[in-house]
Design a protein. Structure first.
Length: 168
């Protein structure tokens, strides 16, 4: 997955709309379906937990299905890209200790994966205005740059491919 520039204003506007639509859809859908099921199949004891639960589960599945169906829509472009980037960074993060060890030994794939992780994290944190952790990231980036210089490697984040993580 290549790192691309994301229009921050468009991303923030669209992610808020998608989040609000999901929340409203979940609330209205689950309440409506639950009430319909309770009206069709009343329980003499007055306990309708199973109908309420079924309403929530069916509505949640429907919302996830709709998100997946429309993930390629132009409106969802930035939202989907950030979602996929977070998944890619999470895969790297789970292997970060092994990557750091291998990077200290000069493993080029580990160095590239770490470069991608730092560049992707920087992009996400800037989109979310999470500037508090950028200083810590700058320190890690400087350490990575020293390792790259030590092993005479030029690091480019877009050289990263998920298959580089397999040995770790």
């Amino acid at each position: 997955m290549q790192l691309i520039e994301v229009n921050k204003a468009r991303y923030n506007r669209h992610v808020k709309i998608v989040f609000a639509a999901c929340a409203i859809g979940l609330a209205i859908g689950s309440l409506s379906l639950s009430q319909l099921l309770i009206a069709l199949f009343p329980d003499e004891s007055g306990r309708h937990f199973h109908w309420n639960l079924l309403g929530v589960v069916v509505t949640a599945i429907t919302v996830v299905w709709l998100l997946n169906k429309f993930r390629q829509h132009e409106f969802m472009r930035e939202v989907t890209y950030v979602w996929e980037l977070k998944q890619a960074l999470n895969k790297i993060h789970r292997k970060m200790r092994a990557l750091e060890t291998a990077a200290n030994e000069g493993n080029i794939n580990a160095l590239v994966a770490m470069q991608y992780s730092y560049a992707g994290s920087r992009l996400l944190w800037q989109l979310d205005d999470n500037t508090l952790t950028l200083d810590e990231l700058a320190i890690k980036q400087a350490e990575l740059d020293r390792l790259a210089e030590k092993f005479n490697v030029t690091l480019k984040a877009n050289d990263y491919d998920e298959s580089m993580l397999k040995p770790f």
